[in-house]
Ligand binder design. Structure first.
Ligand code: PLP
Length: 494
């Protein structure tokens, strides 16, 4: 399987999966995509049904990462999924009285769905460095709206031949996320807060990646840059797996029959997770519609209904901070599949020069065949948390609540009685203050996270995940705050 940039499919630029995982972003600024989407049949699903999660992962990954052996993939998946998760990898549970099953992807070491990809990607990168004979140190740069940073730090800590630096918006992540990153252990890690929002951090990282000057300076230190953001195909591929896994589990548990179509709703920020679901659909997983759920930063809701992508708008800081994004990088991959590389390059140029582009009517129609989009206001998000807990005894976090709200709107408009999968992307304890106040409760001391967490646990009679309870008592290791103009310097010095 060859990989090409979303901005040019020139044969001479073909890359292997290992090269793509090392490089992250293409030199022309585009994202890598496989030359074709592999197709599966009913037999493949029947086989997956009999397997454990890590084996399912190696089966699906082997269709894309064809330069890795099956044994290598199975070994990477075993180490990624069988030791650091709390016994569940992708847990499906049906909500009472509703056509909705929750797909919980937050049972890993950082309590967010990013673990599903970031526990395996460092292992895939290590193998890729071996396979390609790369001797230089890989410096991973991550811009994060909260969850990617911690999950990447945890995945890459003390991995040989790799260093990792994480940049997060100073006031754009939750207190718990900040504490998770500031206390990160490991000898090869660095964490920086940035004065600005997530898009500032992401643009800063992208600029560093495209600077020839920095590249040259790092080369002199025998170092090169690599990325762990969802622009890296090595992040995207493992995310395809859990959609297959969820479907298999629903065949067993939740009364769907082979071939029966389901809708999937995904709380969306950078468009990575929902794009992985779209790939699963293109591969042949029986999926009807993909519902793109946004918070008040509803640029994708507008895009999918009008075809206009316009980032010249107010930026909101919401209680679902991992979705507070105005530039959804992975949307470029969808444009590539719908419009081809030349048009994609043109739209991306428009976006960087004018902050806006508009796709053609027929292109929008093709997107609408597969996608629809809804958003939830802050009040709707809070109401969803409270009502779902009170009526169905199911506790969800703020991001998941946005998706649940969107899924219910979709179901009412055009659900057609099909079963729905709603992707649950974080433990409610990761966003405990907002979850607790959404429930109409408060802690004795709302500024003390430990108090808030205990109050949430007592009221809902749910257990605090270990990675969260263990945070208290850890030493703060990182408290540097940088201006966005200082990011390049930090990268060179680290
Ligand atoms: C990252 C994240 C999202 C958004 O996922 P994308 O792949 O960026 O669309 C949603 N919820 C949570 C909790 C996240 O950490």
């Amino acid at each position: 399987m060859n990989y090409y940039s979303t901005r040019s499919a020139k044969k001479e630029n073909a890359k292997t999966a290992a090269e793509v995982i090392i490089k992250g972003l293409s030199d022309d600024g585009g994202l890598y995509m496989p030359e074709r989407i592999p197709k599966i049949d009913g037999k493949f699903l029947q086989k997956l049904r009999t397997l454990k999660y890590y084996e399912r992962a190696s089966e699906v990954l082997s269709l894309f990462l064809t330069d890795y052996t099956k044994e290598t993939l199975l070994d990477c998946a075993d180490k990624a999924y069988n030791y650091t998760f709390d016994g569940e990898n992708a847990k499906v549970s049906a909500l009472k009285d509703e056509n909705i099953s929750m797909l919980e992807l937050w049972h890993g070491p950082t309590c967010a769905f990013k673990d599903m990809a970031l526990q395996i990607m460092p292992r895939l990168l290590s193998k890729a460095l071996e396979m390609t004979g790369e001797k230089k140190t890989a410096k991973i740069l991550v811009a994060t709206s909260g969850d990617t940073g911690k999950a990447a730090l945890e995945g890459y800590r003390d991995v040989k031949g790799v260093k990792i630096a994480v940049f997060y918006p100073q006031n754009g992540v939750s207190r718990m996320q900040k504490m998770q990153m500031a206390t990160q252990e490991g000898e090869n890690v660095a964490v920086f807060a940035i004065k600005g929002n997530f898009d500032d951090a992401q643009t800063g990282v992208k600029n560093i990646f495209s600077s020839a000057d920095i590249k040259e300076k790092l080369l002199k230190k025998n170092t090169f840059l690599s990325s762990a953001n969802s622009i890296n195909f090595g992040r995207l591929a493992p995310q395809i797996v859990y959609y297959f896994s969820a479907y298999c589990d629903m065949l067993d548990k939740n009364g769907i029959t082979p071939g029966e179509k389901v809708n999937i709703t995904v709380p969306t920020g950078n468009f990575g997770n929902i794009f992985a679901a779209y790939i699963a659909k293109l591969m042949g997983l029986p999926v009807n519609k993909l519902v793109c759920a946004s918070n008040s930063n509803n640029i994708l809701t507008d895009f999918i209904s009008t075809g206009v992508y316009d980032r010249n708008r107010k930026f909101y800081t919401t209680m679902s901070p991992s979705m507070d994004i105005l530039i959804s990088s992975n949307l470029e991959r969808l444009l590539y599949l719908v419009c081809g590389p030349e048009k994609t390059a043109f739209y991306m140029k428009e976006l960087s020069e004018k902050g806006r582009y508009e796709i053609e009517k027929d292109e929008l129609e093709r997107i609408k065949e597969n996608f629809c989009a809804y958003f939830a206001t802050e009040k709707e998000c809070a109401d969803t948390i409270r009502q779902t807990f009170e009526k169905q005894n199911y506790l969800c976090d703020t991001h998941t609540a946005v998706a649940l709200c969107a899924a219910r709107k979709f179901e009412k408009d055009e659900g057609a009685g099909l079963k729905n999968i709603v992707v649950s992307t974080a433990s409610p304890y990761k966003f405990a203050p907002d979850v607790l106040s959404s429930l109409g409760r408060s802690a004795k001391n709302p500024d003390d996270d430990k108090d808030v967490i205990n109050a949430l646990s007592e009221y809902t009679k749910t257990a605090v995940p270990k990675p969260i309870s263990e945070l208290f008592g850890k030493k703060i290791r990182f408290d540097t705050v940088l201006d966005k103009t200082e990011m390049a310097k930090a990268v060179l010095e680290f």
